[in-house]
Design a protein around this ligand. Structure first.
Ligand SMILES: Nc1nc2c(ncn2[C@@H]2O[C@H](COP(=O)(O)OP(=O)(O)O)[C@@H](O)[C@H]2O)c(=O)[nH]1
Ligand SMILES: Nc1ncnc2c1ncn2[C@@H]1O[C@H](COP(=O)(O)OP(=O)(O)O)[C@@H](O)[C@H]1O
Length: 194
């Protein structure tokens, strides 16, 4: 009856700030609308156009600490002076309902998910070059010079960890990268069943 059934996959997408994760995920939503993208909690301030509960759930430090202490976060990390975390309940519920699920999170969080859910698929989005990464980040124009420098410092650490991931997708072209990530999110596992 259940022949061919597989539990829904969890995919984790990471990559340095400015590589295009948000842009690629927006395109991926169009390509595979049945994929559910987790909404993270963060203590950072909303950027212009970011809506609470859509891009992120924006919380203060006290509420973040409460959630972390209560075990409500699947993973959490500090990034460029702010805290970010994935609410556990919604991820568990979507996977249980068979909905392919995507987390867009930084390296430390990806490592925590790897430890907790090693069956997940881990995808690293890489820039065509370090120079292009810096140009994209400054072109976005959402960070101060100091914050951009913090993100580019962290990018070196994140790039050095690319080999920890199951797949690396280079974001030359948004449409191509979104199609490649979407195929990994919905595609069959490489591991034969049993
Ligand atoms: N660990 C973790 N990282 C997150 C989460 N949500 C977002 N991030 C990551 O936090 C970093 C900073 O995100 P953001 O401030 O939106 O900046 P951007 O990636 O430069 O657009 C990025 O690497 C995100 O992928 C989360 O729930 N957990
Ligand atoms: N393939 C691409 N080619 C050129 N510019 C891109 C590409 N992907 C994203 N960008 C641009 O790079 C900047 C950073 O993208 P964003 O999605 O905010 O990155 P991230 O979420 O990884 O921090 C944005 O201005 C975006 O329009």
């Amino acid at each position: 009856m259940n022949e061919g059934w597989q539990p829904a996959r969890l995919t984790v997408l990471s990559g340095p700030s400015g590589v295009g994760k948000g842009t690629v995920v927006a395109e991926l939503r169009q390509l595979v609308p049945h994929v559910w993208v987790s909404v993270s909690c963060t203590t950072r301030s909303p950027r212009p156009g970011e809506i609470d509960g859509v891009s992120y759930r924006f919380v203060d430090r006290a509420e973040f600490e409460r959630m972390a202490t209560a075990g409500e976060l699947l993973e959490h990390a500090e990034f460029a002076g702010n805290r970010y975390g994935t609410p556990r309940g919604a991820v568990v519920d979507h996977l249980a309902e068979g909905v392919p699920t995507l987390l867009e999170i930084e390296l430390e969080g990806a490592r925590q998910v790897r430890a907790a859910m090693p069956e997940a698929r881990f995808v690293f989005l890489a820039p065509p070059s370090a120079r292009e990464l810096a140009e994209r980040l400054s072109g976005r124009g959402t960070e101060s010079a100091a914050d951009m420098a913090r993100r580019l410092d962290r990018a070196e650490v994140e790039m050095a960890a690319a080999s920890e991931f199951d797949h690396v997708v280079v974001n030359h072209d948004v449409t191509d990268a979104a199609a490649a990530v979407a195929a990994l999110v919905i595609g069959p596992s490489e591991d034969p069943p049993g």
